[in-house]
Design a protein around this ligand. Structure first.
Ligand code: NAD
Length: 451
């Protein structure tokens, strides 16, 4: 099949590459010529393990091409996928990119003699495809739905695991305007054997929000438990979660073997969730609910807990060091999670800004970030160290913000020997408190009452 994907971000590029691996001819449409050239040379414009290799493979098979030529990409494309950004602006979803590309697609549909299916893959609040995208497509194409098809198929990939998620998905949700649209679009996935859920457009839209809000809720719940644990003498939330996880409804035993499901990675305490999805999607869902007269009390609490969670790191640091003025603080980890270079809504950014307000001197480090401008800190100036060792040298305190493997391997002696005052605040609970305390380090962690 010929497929056009609009958007060359995480979702657009991963979708395009994985669809060409299924044997389809894919054109990925972007706007930035430099980025398009880079992609066509086999390099992804962001860090995603394994994607460069797959991109090169599809390019060499001539099944994939990035382009800024909308017409060429859409001409005779049986499926046109919208994968542009849907940021949250002032706590509400911003549909301007969706509207813009819908207009562009509509204009191309006008001249098309073929039956083409438009598929919204971007995350959009319920009824957007029906009430926003469809009227624009009809207006600009001068055609009625039926002359073209319409689907909404949310994307569930996780950054850092995107290749596996897109090539071997758990499920594919296909929201269809009518059966013809859904049936035709499903042909894209004939070779993919996972369960396919056929539903209507709004249910597909809602499924994505329900999935993300569930995971965000588990994280904020875990962080609320951590706050209670922290104030209770002798409690370590890490052991609490070990005991909770081993409930066989969470960790089943199959043929006498323990199976560790991915969901328990979300029932863990830390310095908060970030990234391009959970923060914006929970806010968009709460705003959507409010707009239709539903008070989303739980979702709003999830958001509130998460917004204050990064501050816990600074609170613990101040407990250990007192005033932070002119203290040198090493921030280890900038991305919102390991195996991605995504800094959007990363708890580190919130923490760095708070440290500045406290008058601290910040030295940060991250295995995949090499340009401090990417942090978009405005007037705040940080030093970006090349290694964790360099960041820790003469530091008064260290904050562990991202659970990169590189940091997990750090021995307590590294902190003890390099830092001016060995104070470590573990925001991802990657270290054993005992080994740090035995090494003479003042160790504090999220959900660890400790010393
Ligand atoms: P992104 O910011 O990485 O990419 C968005 C892309 O859209 C950019 O390349 C941008 O240039 C492009 N774009 C915007 N307007 C355009 C236009 N008029 N013509 C052509 N291109 C245009 O965003 P993303 O992370 O890929 O997310 C895209 C959508 O998928 C969002 O709705 C997001 O919520 C959803 N989603 C993201 C993830 C994820 O992990 N990143 C997972 C599931 C769903």
């Amino acid at each position: 099949m010929k497929i056009a994907v609009i958007g060359t971000g995480y979702v657009g590029l991963v979708t395009g590459v994985s669809m060409s691996l299924l044997g389809h001819k894919v054109f990925c449409v972007g706007r930035d010529k430099g980025k398009i050239k880079k992609i066509n040379n086999g390099f992804t414009p962001f860090y995603e393990p394994g994607l460069d290799e797959l991109l090169k493979k599809t390019l060499s098979g001539k099944l994939f091409e990035a382009t800024d030529d909308f017409k060429k990409a859409l001409l005779n494309a049986e499926v046109i996928i919208i994968a542009v950004g849907t940021p949250t602006v002032e706590n509400k979803i911003d549909l301007s990119a969706i509207k813009e590309v819908s207009r562009q697609i509509g204009k191309e549909l006008k001249n098309s003699k073929e039956y083409q299916i438009v598929v919204v893959k971007s995350t959009v609040v319920p009824t957007t495809t029906q009430k926003v995208v469809l009227p624009i497509l009809e207006k600009y194409s001068d055609k009625k739905i039926g002359e073209f098809g319409l689907c909404m198929s949310p994307e569930f990939l996780r950054e850092g695991n995107a290749v596996e998620d897109a090539t071997n998905p758990d499920r594919i949700v296909i929201g269809q305007f009518d059966r013809k649209s859904g049936k035709q679009f499903a042909k894209v996935y004939t070779k993919v054997l996972c369960p396919k859920v056929f539903t209507n457009l709004a249910t597909a839209e809602m499924t994505k929000y329900a999935a993300n809000a569930l995971l965000a809720t588990l994280i904020s719940y875990s962080n609320e438990i951590a706050r209670i644990a922290q104030e209770t003498e002798g409690v370590d939330v890490i052991d609490v979660w070990k005991g909770v996880h081993l409930d066989s409804r969470l960790t089943p035993r199959i043929n006498n073997k323990i199976v560790i499901p991915g969901i328990i990675n979300y029932i863990l305490s830390g310095c908060g969730y970030g990234g391009s999805c959970f923060p914006k999607d929970t806010k968009a869902l709460a705003a959507y609910a409010k707009g239709i007269g539903v008070k989303a009390e739980l979702i709003n609490s999830v958001i509130n807990i998460n917004q204050t969670q990064p501050s816990r790191m600074v609170f613990l640091l101040k407990q250990a060091l007192g005033n932070l003025k002119n203290k040198k603080i090493a921030v280890l980890g900038l991305t919102f999670k390991p195996n991605t270079d995504d800094l959007r809504e990363s708890p580190s950014i919130f923490v760095i800004k708070e440290l500045f307000k406290e008058g601290a001197e910040v030295v940060c480090q991250d295995p995949v970030i090499d340009n401090p401008n990417k942090l978009e800190l405005g007037d705040f100036k940080v030093t970006l160290a090349k290694s964790a060792d360099e960041a820790l040298k003469n530091a008064d305190g260290a904050l562990i913000m991202t659970a990169w493997n590189e940091y997990k391997k750090l021995n307590p002696s590294v902190f003890k020997n390099l830092m001016k005052t060995p104070v470590v605040i573990d925001g991802r609970r990657i270290f054993s408190p005992d080994s740090f305390l035995q090494a003479g380090i003042l160790y504090k962690g999220i959900g660890y009452c400790g010393n």
